[in-house]
Design a protein around this ligand. Structure first.
Ligand code: MIG
Length: 833
């Protein structure tokens, strides 16, 4: 605790200076830089070419997909085994490349016209789209270089000054877009990180570039797949280029051209085709989640559950943080605090609550602790350079750490989840897996965010799935491999249920295993704003299930800040309130009666929209599109969307404009060009390409539906277990034509992969709505009503399948016409004004 207080008291500028000095040390350590040189020999292969350069480096330039180019450069001239933690293992596609050589160039093209032009002297790569436009190209003045002493490797890509960049995973940058900033990938436990601090917990070296040319938005994506420390200088040092490099290993990167369209959607599709998509989460994980460091003992946990139900605030999940354990030993319980966990969990379950447990990587060194003993006997712990068991201090005291890069250690660690699964635990939360460890008394101070001793020594050894190497090389995948161990063991041990895993650290591809939260944020208005851009950037980095601690982890939000944060997060993918030990209560009912009502309304809104949110998650599994989307993702031709950092889309059809400024009850909203929008609450119409001042009283989240969309909703339920019993209501945003569809399945298990799902397509036209259903999902939820939004005048006769509907309810103030439907499945509604 002491450490924390001192840190908070320190002045920010000094901290930044010290941090900067620390980060510079490795860069200036040595210098034996060498240029990659000219192309000496060319070897053709089916999907591209392998080049030998005059420096001795070897390069493979291949098509990974029709619109994805891969460049792999081994400074040593020898490629390593082609293995990646980021790439989802599945059958490689065979993508044929057409190769043409001239004295100056080598040209590769894929079937649909994507082309790579390789200059021979010196070796330079330019990628062109099917229309012949340059996607991205090496900077003539800065060819690829590598350092023969340190193993570092760097490249530079030319950048158009007006190009903007997004993604790079979890970044707390000063602005939403990444332009003119320099980022480092090195997973770090950064309690209370101020805006601008970098790196933090995750390492995802993928970004999306966007620029407007001839009236259209052109996107591309670039992913550097290198697990060692990497950097991305997005024009900070030199505005004319992107400067990207790694501390060691191969320069191994992919360019996603976005196809002929050059659409962000296509870039994300191809990036997630490579690194995988998040599986459909269990429905309960989309519910409201309540956490705290920590709820204990058992009576307190029961009280939390009871209070939610008493106050009629919907919730699905309660988290148990580190204090449930016996002396912080993972896979144990403190029996004085939790005498009968299985009983507690089943009682909570009867009230509609699931329990998620935190599981940290550190295993207490204690000869009487079975997990330690078995881990030691099995040789599952990370070793020092000298081959001894690596020890470092975390919550339990001195710990050993499973080598999650070793498949045997993953299986071994994973097997302990069985006990908790048998107790009925629903999901697991992996923390401290950067890995983060504590500084000891003897560690040289000051205690900086990026103190090198807050993780394993760089020369510690990892098995790395058959490619053994140092911690310097595998640090950034440690957390992701822990989440993988958790996910895979849950899949194996409880095959009928969808795992739920939450991780703090990760690497590209983490979405295949886990949800991600943005770590130890702060109860401030600025952090509320920051959470929006952080989640958006994570989403376009391929990770859909993301959230920030609502209300801020560190510190105490005012009731107003908590209420506004809850609203801003209510439609974010992963929705959880969490706060640190010393903070005041952060439950939505703990800010006084007036705010309990406000917060209830917010959470009810999320539950109303769960059928829609679930549909958007399903869309992610098919296309890789984020759930929470920046405006530019759908409107790349509208350059006003490029800087929109305090509004977001959920799926394609909902626009959210949270209030992120203190003491305000209105805000300006920008409506992207190309669609018109209806105010969710008033039904008022706003044209695309315009701004408007929107009323936002304390109990209201500014929310808009895209004209032409049909959005599935349900009545308020107290938890997702009640959903299947409730009928659906469709909200049809009238005033233009459009087709939407929504997805339903059991919300759990894997029957949906065997056809047990249903997709309903809704075609909205002036005066008419048509519904068609496809799929064999048996537990069909009836459709109770359609709410037409944006109706200005009272209707004449509304008909369902030709028969008049009794008493459609029209409310002029909210421009809503509610049409109750008969029990039989309706195919067509007509007569809507
Ligand atoms: O050293 O488990 O980010 O969410 O409550 C702090 C206690 C360890 C850090 C996590 C936070 C969690 C806390 N953990």
């Amino acid at each position: 605790m002491n450490e924390r207080l001192t840190r908070r008291e320190r002045s920010a500028p000094r901290l930044f200076l010290l941090t900067a000095v620390l980060l510079l040390v490795p860069a200036s350590a040595s210098a034996a830089w060498r240029e990659a040189g000219d192309v000496r020999t060319v070897t053709r292969q089916a999907d591209g070419v392998v080049l030998l350069l005059t420096s001795g480096a070897r390069v493979a330039v291949t098509f990974r997909d029709l619109e994805t180019v891969r460049v792999r450069l081994a400074p040593s001239g020898r490629f390593e085994r082609d293995f990646s933690y980021a790439v989802e293992s599945k059958d490689r596609k065979t993508v044929a490349a057409n190769v043409a050589e001239t004295p100056d160039e080598i040209r590769l093209s894929s079937l649909n016209g994507t082309t790579v032009v390789i200059k021979r002297r010196p070796f330079l790569v330019a990628v062109k789209d099917a229309e012949g436009r340059t996607v991205v190209e090496d900077d003539l003045a800065h060819p690829v270089v590598f350092d023969t002493e340190t193993g570092a490797v760097e490249m530079s890509k030319r950048r158009a000054e007006w190009e903007t960049y997004y993604g790079l995973g979890e970044k707390a940058g000063p602005t939403f877009y990444l332009n003119s900033q320099r980022f480092v990938m090195w997973n770090t436990d950064t309690y209370g990180y101020p805006r601008g601090l970098d790196p933090i917990y995750q390492s995802i070296g993928f970004f999306v570039a966007l620029r407007r040319e001839q009236g259209r938005g052109l996107a591309y994506g670039l992913f550097l797949d290198n697990t060692s420390r990497t950097f991305f200088d997005m024009g900070k040092t030199d505005p004319s280029r992107l400067h990207i490099g790694a501390a060691g290993g191969e320069l191994n990167y992919y360019v996603f051209t976005g196809g002929r369209e050059r659409a962000p959607r296509a870039v994300l599709r191809d990036y997630t085709d490579l690194t995988g998509r998040a599986p459909l989460p269990p429905l309960w994980a989309l519910g409201n989640q309540q956490s705290r460091w920590s709820y204990f003992p058992e009576a307190r946990v029961r009280e939390i559950a009871r209070r939610f139900r008493e106050t009629r605030i919907p919730a699905d999940v309660i988290y148990l943080d580190i204090d449930y354990m016996d002396g912080f030993r993972v896979f144990t319980w403190d029996r004085s605090r939790f005498p009968d966990p299985a009983r507690l969990i089943s009682d909570l379950r009867a009230e509609g609550f699931r329990v998620v447990l935190i599981i940290d990587p550190g295993i207490k060194v204690d000869p009487n602790y079975h997990v330690y003993k078995e881990g030691q006997a099995g040789g599952h712990f990370v070793k020092t350079a000298a081959g001894a068991e690596l020890h470092a201090t975390v919550w339990p005291g001195v710990c050993a750490f499973p080598d999650f890069t070793d498949p045997k250690a993953r299986d071994w660690f994973g097997s302990y989840y069985r006990q908790h699964l048998d107790e009925g635990v629903a999901g697991f939360w992996n923390d401290m897996n950067e890995p983060g460890v504590f500084l000891s008394e003897e560690t040289p101070k000051p205690d900086l965010y990026h103190h090198p001793m807050k993780t394993f020594p760089l020369d510690a050894r990892h098995a790395a799935d058959g490619q053994p190497g140092t911690h310097a090389r595998y640090h950034n995948v440690y957390g992701m491999q822990m989440a993988r161990a958790t996910f895979e063991s849950n899949r194996r041990l409880r095959p009928g249920a969808r795992p739920f895993v939450l991780t703090r650290a990760g690497y590209a591809g983490v979405q295949r295993y886990s949800a991600v939260w943005t770590g130890d944020n702060v109860a401030s208005w600025d952090h509320l704003r920051l959470s929006v851009t952080m989640l958006l950037n994570l989403g376009v980095s391929g990770v859909p299930m993301v959230g920030a601690d609502v209300g801020g982890f560190s510190g105490n939000p005012s009731p107003e800040l908590y209420a506004r944060w809850l609203q801003a997060a209510a439609l974010s993918p992963f929705f959880r309130s969490h706060s640190e030990q010393v903070s005041k209560p952060h439950e939505p009912y703990s800010f006084g009666d007036e705010f309990t009502a406000v917060n209830r309304r917010t959470i009810e809104m999320r539950y109303r929209l769960l059928p829609y949110l679930y549909t958007v998650f399903h869309e992610h599994t098919k296309t890789g599109a984020p759930v929470m989307r920046p405006l530019w993702f759908e409107y790349p031709s509208d350059e006003r969307t490029y800087m929109a950092d305090d509004q977001y889309l959920v799926g394609r059809d909902l626009l959210v404009a949270p209030v992120v400024v203190e003491a305000t009850t209105k805000r300006r909203v920008y409506f992207p060009r190309g669609d018109a929008w209806l105010d969710w609450w008033t039904g008022r119409r706003y044209e695309g390409g315009t701004d408007a001042e929107i009323e936002a009283p304390l109990d209201r989240l500014p929310l808009f539906a895209r004209v032409g969309a049909v959005i599935p909703t349900q009545p308020v339920v107290q938890h997702t277990g009640e959903m299947l019993k409730t009928p659906l209501t469709l909200v049809a945003a009238r005033g233009g034509a459009g087709t939407s569809s929504f997805y339903e399945d059991a919300g759990e298990g894997y029957e949906h992969l065997r056809g047990a799902s249903r997709t309903t397509t809704a075609a909205l036209e002036p005066g008419r709505l048509r519904l068609t259903r496809a799929g064999a999902y048996a537990v069909s939820r009836p459709l109770a009503a359609v709410e037409f939004l944006g109706v200005e005048t009272a209707p004449g006769e509304v008909r369902a399948d030709g028969r008049p509907v009794a008493n459609p309810a029209f409310d002029a103030a909210s421009r809503r016409l509610v049409v109750q439907l008969p029990a039989a499945a309706v195919g067509e509604i007509t007569g809507v004004p």
